[in-house]
Design a protein around this ligand. Sequence first.
Ligand code: GDP
Ligand code: IMO
Ligand code: MG
Length: 427
Amino acid sequence: MPAVVIVGAQWGDEGKGKATDLLGSRVDYVVKFNGGNNAGHTVVIGDEKYALHLLPSGILSPGCTPIIGNGVVIDLDVLFEEIDALEARGIDTSKLRVSANAHLIADYNRTLDKVTERFLGSRKIGTTGRGIGPTYADKMNRLGVRVQDLFDEKILRAKVEGALELKNQMLTKVYNRRAVSVDEIVDQLLVHAERLRPMVADTALVLHEALDRDETVLLEAGQATLLDVDHGTYPFVTSSSATTGGACTGSGIPPTRITRVIGIVKAYATRVGEGPFPTELFDEHGERLRTNGGEFGTTTGRPRRCGWYDAPVARYAARINGVTDFVLTKLDVLTGWDRIPVCVAYDVDGERVDEMPTTQTGFHHAKPIYEFFEGWSEDISGARTMDDLPAAAQAYVRAIEKMSGARISAVGVGPDREETVVLHDLL
Ligand code: GDP
Ligand code: IMO
Ligand code: MG
């Protein structure tokens, strides 16, 4: 039975949480495989609205086992705050399983995230300040602290000691901050250890056994293709693998088990933080997209940068991830424009370029070449089939589908679970 991947096809906040929730009742496991509490997924179910950061969106579906995979970086304070908040609202979180190999965000990583950003000045990335980058850097430097280390205090202490040798030099000598003690960090990390213990598992094995029993596993990405550390707009990216390849390394599920890759793509584009964004709007259209789409960060509350749909970006995401199906979200936000521009290619220093430019400089210089589509003014939030959509909205969806490298299997017409036009079954 299938392992199905959900990935963001743009710069994040495409509506991955809603898509995961939509499928939640039909899958047995939902796995978060990358990132940490830099993610923010808003899920609306009737009158209830949930903002999830570290927990996979599948936690809202009774019957579904949520898994935090080895590729995730965990802030334990945030994990238990989120669990407590959901439990207080009657959501059962007891099935949650956490990989013993996932890395932990220590306090010094949060500090370093913030001070390096300040140090970078105009070259800053605009991170979420959650310690994500420094924690992944520790992982790659083999200086990380993992979930399993919490259960052997001697090892935990040795690892923190090793990490702090260098960190304290950096904190005090480069960034002019106070040094931190091993005891302080070990104590902070151990606060939640006993509560975490029963959740810890060999999650790769759990998932393999589930697949062998013909159960369905949904792998839910945080962030998105253009924020992926390898395939995104480096250095303006996050520090994890947010694409389909990351779903494998971040969960322990091999590529041969993956049968479907669902790319989530907004009917326009947004980005939070710094970095190139060719279709970005600085005029009243951008402001209108932001207001109509509620484009303010779920995690940091920052206003999201807004622009028109960028087809080369979607095509790129389709290729990198092997997208089999797109879910086009937030089509309702485009209601009310006379005509809607779509970027079909770029002008890079006077030359037409049809795909993502090869170099970062090329992408920084890329000016969008637009095609214009007829708009519509009818409220589309009640649409449940393609035929319910006005002809112009149907034409927009079909045109985007043609340009984006995979079929569109669902269209979002509102934030609620129900506000979805399904064209092809996603499982
Ligand atoms: P994620 O990070 O990819 O899960 O996306 P976010 O939750 O950060 O941002 C997407 C926002 O759009 C959330 O507030 C969703 O409730 C909302 N949303 C998702 N799909 C739709 C849609 O089709 N229409 C509208 N209007 N809102 C949507
Ligand atoms: P979801 O899962 C949008 C952005 C930050 C910054 C860059 C690096 O909700 O789509 P980091 O803190 O990860 O080191 O920041 O990545 N970023 C996101 N932007 N949605 C997200 O997650 C993001 N997670 C990180 O704004 O530009
Ligand atoms: Mg988000």
